[in-house]
Design a protein around this ligand. Structure first.
Ligand SMILES: [Zn+2]
Length: 289
């Protein structure tokens, strides 16, 4: 089947153990199936992304032996690259143009708190009807994705379905002028030829809208999805970039080998019965039938 999957971190902090679990799935499944791994720098949020974190994540992956099939680390280090979102806004602008010709795009000035509580299509202020200019100060761009559920067969979780418009119309560009995460990820997966999306279960609910957006942008065959378990702290809380104790570079600097770290992370999510060293080159064995 030779899938093309991707590892797509945001350079808003150092890579942590949660990223490592995702990388183990991406590289392991690609190696077990003769597929390939694309590395994409998801720095669409210009306020939160940092070039220092971008450089650090490339160093950390190289240190771990997690080398992407495309692009080369040299390309990402020297830039510009089609695999770094901030290097070329063209594809995102073009995608919004497509949606605009379909009559789906409108400016929205609703407050974030009102949007978070909103259920159903549209937005709390009915901004679509107000037909504000797209350059209205402080406005976001939103896109209506239409009605009806999307269904998909998650490779781990089985049949899933959901309403793409269930939490309101999709943000395409935020009020700060950043292209949104769902817009960028759908556009990039399409143009980069990604046909297997491997990510954590925290993004399961985002999938119906992303499937629909892909269809509206002309993607005929959606990617396959695999949503894996997240690594959690003993308290049950999700790991976050604010937790410096889980930064991969700190653990390696503390004396752990890359193979020990990969084996520890694999065991922590049940891919190994107990922790033992697993070099990056052997990750495929974790996923062989
Ligand atoms: Zn609104």
């Amino acid at each position: 089947m030779c899938p093309t999957t991707r590892f797509a971190p945001a350079p808003t902090g150092f890579l942590h153990l949660g990223h490592l679990v995702n990388a183990i799935y991406a590289w392991g499944i690609a190696r077990a199936t003769g597929g390939q791994v694309i590395l994409r720098i998801e720095d669409h949020d210009r306020q939160r992304s940092r070039r220092a974190f971008d450089a650090a994540l490339l160093d950390d992956l190289e240190r771990l032996g997690l080398i992407p099939d495309e692009p080369s680390l040299v390309e990402l280090r020297t830039g510009p690259s089609a695999f770094r979102q901030s290097d070329d806004p063209g594809p995102y602008r073009a995608a919004v143009d497509v949606l605009r010709t379909q009559g789906r795009v409108y400016a929205c000035t609703c407050a974030r708190t009102a949007l978070l509580a909103w259920r159903g299509s549209g937005c709390p202020g009915d901004c679509r009807e107000r037909a504000l200019p797209e350059d209205e100060p402080g406005s976001a761009l939103r896109g209506g994705l239409g009605e009806g559920d999307e269904t998909f067969d998650d490779l781990l979780l089985g049949l899933q379905f959901g309403d793409p418009s269930g939490d309101g119309d999709l943000t395409l560009r935020d009020r700060h002028g950043n292209w949104s995460y769902p817009l960028c990820v759908v556009v990039d997966d399409l143009r980069h030829g990604v046909d297997l999306v491997i990510r954590g279960r925290d993004l399961l609910d985002a999938t119906p809208a992303q499937l629909r957006l892909g269809r509206l942008l002309g993607r005929e065959t959606p990617p396959a999805f695999l949503h894996h378990a997240l690594l959690r702290k003993p308290s049950g809380a999700k790991l976050s970039k604010a937790d410096h104790d889980t930064a991969i570079r700190d653990i390696l600097d503390g004396g752990a080998t890359p193979a020990e770290l990969l084996g520890f992370a694999a065991a922590a999510v049940g891919l190994l019965g107990s922790a033992r060293p697993v070099p990056a080159a052997a990750l495929g064995h974790l996923f062989e039938p």
